[in-house]
Design a protein around this ligand. Structure first.
Ligand code: SF4
Length: 426
């Protein structure tokens, strides 16, 4: 359950449509993975990271402007050995913290995060097939690492009222798997949260979006996608733990079909009134996709004044007004929850409903469960349904020599696209 500060922030957002109750903080610009559908590390690498005293200044500023939930993401946040102290800086200000990892969080780190009061954690999982996820992440063994992390999170967070969720990017590679992944999440006491894939044209400079066309849906997939949403809504009504609201799911299909989302109010999003992002060096940004030319800094003691007197809003204005739109999970859900009464009630029901406890399971039990769930979906896991080129790439990925060729090709493409990871300054 949220802190009173977050509840107050949400209430104010409902009444005024202006209360930054959700802040995304990219605490570092380094990652052990090279996911094909994510560009954020290239955008945020090399600009430095904040020390713990600086984190405390950011946290104080967020508290002063009436913030609520702070997502601590990266990069890979658990590459910071002091991630528990980062979380504590925000928790000490009465803010709620959500942690994210792709799988490298150790038992010790998780325990320390738990001990300082963190109780909300999200792990990325895009597939129940190890080869596919490793290919998407461009790192062999990454799927097993994610399963290991799910086991460790379960050991630490199975006591009390923790919220654990799987974050899954819905793409051409995995859409038929989503009901199976939802079953997996529900059976272990976790939520599933979906984000439709964001792929830009290579000429566009977007902070988060990458350029890999293999992930894009074809027009002929749209009927399948609509059926998928109907199935997911049905499963959610039966008690499966899907975080996303019905409106979010339908609007995701529209976004994947047209590239234009339907969730924004009058075609403009609610950044920075309801949410915004912070880069690793403390710079304000509208969201993960843009870096501003002269951004206000969350390290500035004047930030609360600048937020209140409209200076921050002016810095964001031209970006939010010219943006064609996105469908990242949190921004639409925040806007929809605040502006759509039906979605708010759905969200409130989900938050207040009695949740099954997060299970503490060994890695072996999780692998056995994955196997059992895959057996229930032979049409997904025993047949070929991806485009030929995608199937070929997945087959190549299985064999180390071929995998090397794919990696060389991928690196060359990344270079062409200007996706450069700079060394961190710290
Ligand atoms: S709509 Fe545009 S500016 Fe607003 S959050 Fe999405 S990408 Fe950022």
């Amino acid at each position: 359950m949220f802190s009173w500060r977050t509840k107050w922030s949400i209430l104010r957002a409902l009444l005024t449509k202006s209360s930054p109750y959700y802040v995304q903080f990219y605490i570092n610009g380094v990652c052990n993975l090279k996911c094909k559908q994510c560009n954020i590390v290239e955008t945020n690498s090399g600009i430095g990271e904040l020390s713990i005293p600086q984190m405390r200044m950011v946290a104080e500023n967020i508290r002063k402007i009436g913030g609520g939930i702070v997502l601590l993401t990266g990069g890979e946040p658990f590459l910071r050995r002091d991630v528990d102290q980062v979380a504590k800086a925000f928790l000490d200000e009465g803010l709620d913290v959500r942690l994210q990892t792709a799988g490298i969080a150790t038992l010790d780190q998780l325990q320390r995060c738990h001990d300082v009061g963190a109780k909300d954690i999200n792990i990325s999982l895009d597939s129940l097939e190890s080869n596919k996820q490793d290919f998407i992440n461009s790192v062999p063994g990454s799927w097993h690492k994610a399963i290991g992390a799910i086991s460790r999170v379960g050991q630490v967070f199975s006591q009390g009222s923790a919220i654990c969720s799987l974050g899954c990017v819905l793409s051409r590679f995995n859409y038929k798997e989503i009901p199976a992944i939802l079953e997996f999440a529900t059976e272990i006491g976790w939520d599933l949260s979906l984000v439709p894939v964001h792929i830009a044209d290579s000429a566009e400079e977007m902070g988060f979006r990458s350029y890999d066309r293999d992930f894009i849906f074809a027009k002929s997939d749209m009927e399948d996608l609509e059926r998928l949403v109907e199935t997911l809504i049905d499963m959610k009504r039966q008690g499966y733990q899907l975080f996303d609201s019905e409106r979010f799911l339908w609007s995701s299909v529209e976004f994947l079909r047209t590239g234009t989302p339907t969730w924004r109010h009058n075609g403009v999003c609610d950044s920075p009134n309801l949410y915004f992002a912070i880069r690793p060096n403390g710079d304000f940004s509208t969201c993960c996709d843009y870096t501003l030319d002269h951004p206000p800094s969350l390290l500035d003691p004047e930030f609360p004044r600048m937020y209140r007197d409209g200076t921050v809003k002016s810095a964001a204005k031209s970006t939010v007004e010219s943006c064609a739109g996105c469908h990242y999970g949190s921004y639409p859900e925040v806007t929809i929850s605040v502006r759509d009464r039906k979605a708010f009630l759905e969200r409130a029901r989900t938050s207040l409903s009695r949740r099954p406890a997060v299970k503490s399971l060994t890695e072996e039990s999780l692998l056995a469960l994955v196997g059992a769930i895959k057996d229930r979906y032979p049409e997904v896991y025993s047949t070929t349904w991806l485009p030929e080129r995608a199937e070929q790439k997945l087959e190549m990925w299985k064999e180390p020599g071929q995998r090397r060729l794919l990696t060389i090709e991928d690196n060359a493409t990344r270079k062409e696209e200007g996706r450069i990871r700079r060394r961190s300054l710290r």
